[in-house]
Design a protein around this ligand. Structure first.
Ligand code: BES
Ligand code: MN
Ligand code: ZN
Length: 489
């Protein structure tokens, strides 16, 4: 599995510039830079660099954008990359500048001249995030990325600021790897094993097997997995970094390792995308990893429901009635509305066992949220303005799109069933909202709760600023920040 690139932080070493064989990135704003590194490179290239920096092309770049001077005479480098970054760049601009370097980073390595820039650590973070590549199933032409050296005026301070960010990058990568992994590799068993391995970094990890889930009465969850050869599991990950005895905050994830739709089977076209239907569980796992790696001073519990939604002779049928752990009965009108059945039981279990101070669930829950918000924003649903606003603020600060959606009794009424306490679908109209209403029936009114529908944001259809096409890791940064701001200040 790819790990974030290790980045060496060093004091600026002018003599290393002439012999660098990889790529050299120079960060500067429009107007000729005056830094020692720039002046040395300019002298070596007989002024090519000042011509490039003075060019119209460079002046047209936005903050964080870059242009390449390829195979510059006078240097051994493959390229000098001119990255436009104002001195007073904000977080997003600095990450974007780093990402421009990370996107171009190759086997020969990169040398980054950040010199005295105040956001050198953010540049390194953006670089690491964008250099991600999921290539573990490629044979033959696998390319090993070269080393990265970032030269800064104050390398110790930059390294110190970058250390917690490396923990976040590793969490994001863990999420991306899980989401990118195909379903024949990432079975419920394999997923649980990868989570159990996090005991090595200090998490308490428990795996509840079908026998345990049966004893607990989680028949809503078990019904979803009963048509699969992969046994259903609930994995509980606890991070005890806060005060002993303080109730934890809970993160809950939908972990459908593959969603065929079950007997209400999905059309063939695009079904392969449903390997990402464990995206919610993937984010929970990534956040727990980050919290453990940076030794967060908070008590957080992550719970994921791992199931596979398959149609076989034992599979759940449309029209079946199942009993949830809460005790409410559910008429399963559509076996493809399975995520909410899984979450219903995990949400209830989380509250009964941990009495959390609040909870956030994440799920690739509905196609309807993609119709509503596209791929730019996660749909946020909540019973609590304070928690919801805190989450929205954290997401905004991290540049992760999130938009609050409405809820209400009129939507809830759509779930009324003729023969059971509720149906698992509320019709096509407002489908993401009725799904959230279904979940809310399993949330105690006094527990602050947010539901994040990440069906549109978990997977990128094309390259983005901080990630290549494929799994985005959306939410790891926002949730890590929320926990930091809420419990560690
Ligand atoms: N996993 C899907 C939702 C989904 C769709 C995620 C597209 C990512 C991309 C979910 O289990 C599902 O099938 N939802 C149905 C619900 C419907 C049957 C009420 C949907 O959205 O069509
Ligand atoms: Mn489904
Ligand atoms: Zn699903």
């Amino acid at each position: 599995m790819p790990k974030p690139l290790p980045i060496q932080f060093q004091a600026t070493n002018l003599d290393a510039l002439a012999s660098e064989k990889g790529r050299i990135a120079v960060l500067a704003d429009v107007g000729l830079p005056t830094s020692p590194g720039f002046r040395r490179l300019d002298r070596l290239t007989k002024g090519a660099l000042s011509r490039a920096f003075g060019s119209e092309a460079f002046s047209k770049l936005k903050p964080g954008e870059a242009l390449d001077l390829a195979f510059p005479p006078g240097l051994e480098a493959e390229a000098v990359q001119l990255v436009r970054l104002p001195k007073k760049a904000d977080l997003a601009e600095a990450r974007k500048a780093g990402a421009a370097i990370g996107r171009a980073h190759g086997t020969a390595g990169s040398l980054v001249l950040a010199e005295a820039h105040a956001r050198a650590a953010d540049i390194a973070f953006g670089l690491a995030l964008r250099a991600y590549d999921f290539d573990s199933h490629k044979t033959g032409d696998r390319k090993v990325p070269g080393p990265v050296t970032l030269m800064a005026a104050n390398p110790e301070a930059v390294a110190k600021a970058a250390a917690p960010m490396a923990a976040v990058a590793e969490g994001v990568f863990f999420t991306r790897d899980l989401v990118n992994e195909p379903a024949n590799v990432l079975t419920t068993h394999d997923f649980a094993a990868r989570l159990a391995a996090m005991q090595e970094i200090g998490l308490d990890v428990e795996i509840l097997e079908e026998e345990d889930l049966t004893k607990l009465g989680m028949f809503a969850l078990l019904g979803v997995g009963q048509g699969s050869e992969s046994p259903s599991k609930v994995v509980v990950m606890q991070w005890h970094g806060g005060k002993k005895g303080d109730a934890p905050f809970a993160l809950i994830g939908k972990g459908v390792v593959f969603d065929t739709g079950g007997i209400s089977i999905k059309p063939a076209a695009g079904m392969e995308e449903m390997t990402m239907d464990m995206g919610g569980a993937g984010v929970v796992a990534g956040v727990m990893r980050t919290l453990a790696l940076r030794k967060a001073k908070a008590n957080v519990v992550g719970l994921v429901g791992l199931v596979e939604n398959m149609p076989d002779g034992r599979a759940q049928r449309p029209g079946d009635v199942v009993k949830s752990m809460k005790g409410d009965t559910i008429e399963v009108i559509n076996t493809d509305a399975e995520g909410r059945l899984v979450l219903a039981d995990v949400l209830w279990y989380a509250q009964e066992r941990f009495k959390p101070t609040g909870m956030i669930d994440l799920a690739t829950l509905t196609g309807a949220i993609i119709i509503a918000l596209g791929h730019e924003n996660t749909g946020v649903f909540s019973n609590n303005d304070e928690l919801c606003n805190a989450f929205l603020a954290a997401a905004k600060a991290e540049g992760e799109g999130a938009w609050r959606m409405p809820m209400g009794d009129a939507y809830d009424a759509k779930l009324k069933s003729r023969i059971a306490d509720m149906m698992n679908v509320g019709g096509r109209d407002g489908g993401a909202i009725t799904a959230a209403q279904f979940l809310q029936r399993f949330v105690k009114p006094e527990v602050p709760w947010c539901h994040l529908d990440i069906a549109g944001t978990a997977l990128l259809k094309s390259d983005a600023t901080l990630a290549p096409k494929g799994a985005s890791g959306w939410g790891v940064m926002a949730l890590d920040r929320l926990i930091r701001d809420r419990f560690e200040k």
